[in-house]
Design a binder for this molecule. Structure first.
Ligand SMILES: [Zn+2]
Length: 203
């Protein structure tokens, strides 16, 4: 089974899926009626160089930036509500810096790189590890996916993942103990959401 066919089989409500970046990303949401701040185009271009980030801009006739966004996040971000996706009318360097250091931006960089690899038909390390699996391991992995999905869709904490695996083990379905720690579960669910987003973008 390929990961593509796995995802195509999913009929669950995709839009409600949120990775571990979900909560943090929400904190970046637009503040209530922010006071617009502008900066000259030159200044914004200088920030881009200094902070190594590509910004989209609305520039008025006087070469003043009235709105900026992160080009990478506008294209690839899972969370579509961040003001660096929708457009930020507070054109401030500290805002750009805060965004650049945010978890949601860092996650999006990973999605971007996964998407580019996909476009070049390269597999990500996670996909490579899936390719090496035999049928028995793959069947287990499919059940792990389903379990991870249940958590993501219901916005349950990742700490529930090991508990769900334990429950399934008690019911006679051992899925191995690899994902019995919060950290492993967090990484696993995160990887699935990243793959999922890359899949959506490549359609
Ligand atoms: Zn960004």
């Amino acid at each position: 089974m390929s990961i593509t066919s796995f995802f195509k089989r999913q009929t669950l409500a995709d839009d409600s899926v949120s990775a571990d970046g979900g909560k943090k990303a929400r904190m970046e949401k637009k503040e209530r009626q922010p006071v617009p701040v502008t900066a000259t185009l030159k200044t914004v271009q200088r920030w881009e160089k200094e902070l190594n980030i590509t910004l989209g801009k609305v520039v008025d006739r006087g070469n003043v930036c009235t709105e900026i966004w992160c080009e990478c996040c506008r294209t690839f971000a899972v969370d579509r509500t961040s003001n660096f996706v929708t457009g930020n009318q507070r054109v401030k360097k500290e805002g750009v810096k805060y965004h650049k250091d945010s978890t949601s931006h860092k996650d999006t960089l990973q999605i971007k790189s996964a998407s580019l690899k996909r476009a070049r038909s390269e597999a990500t390390p996670f996909e490579k590890s899936l390719m090496k699996m035999d049928e028995v391991q793959m069947a287990k992995m499919e059940k792990l996916f389903t379990t991870a999905y249940y958590l993501a869709i219901n916005e349950r904490p990742f700490s529930d993942f090991p508990k769900l695996l334990e429950l399934q083990a008690v019911n006679g379905l051992s899925l191995g103990e690899t994902y019995f720690t919060d950290k492993a579960a967090n990484e696993f669910v995160g990887q699935i959401v990243l793959l999922r987003r890359a899949e959506e973008l490549s359609r």
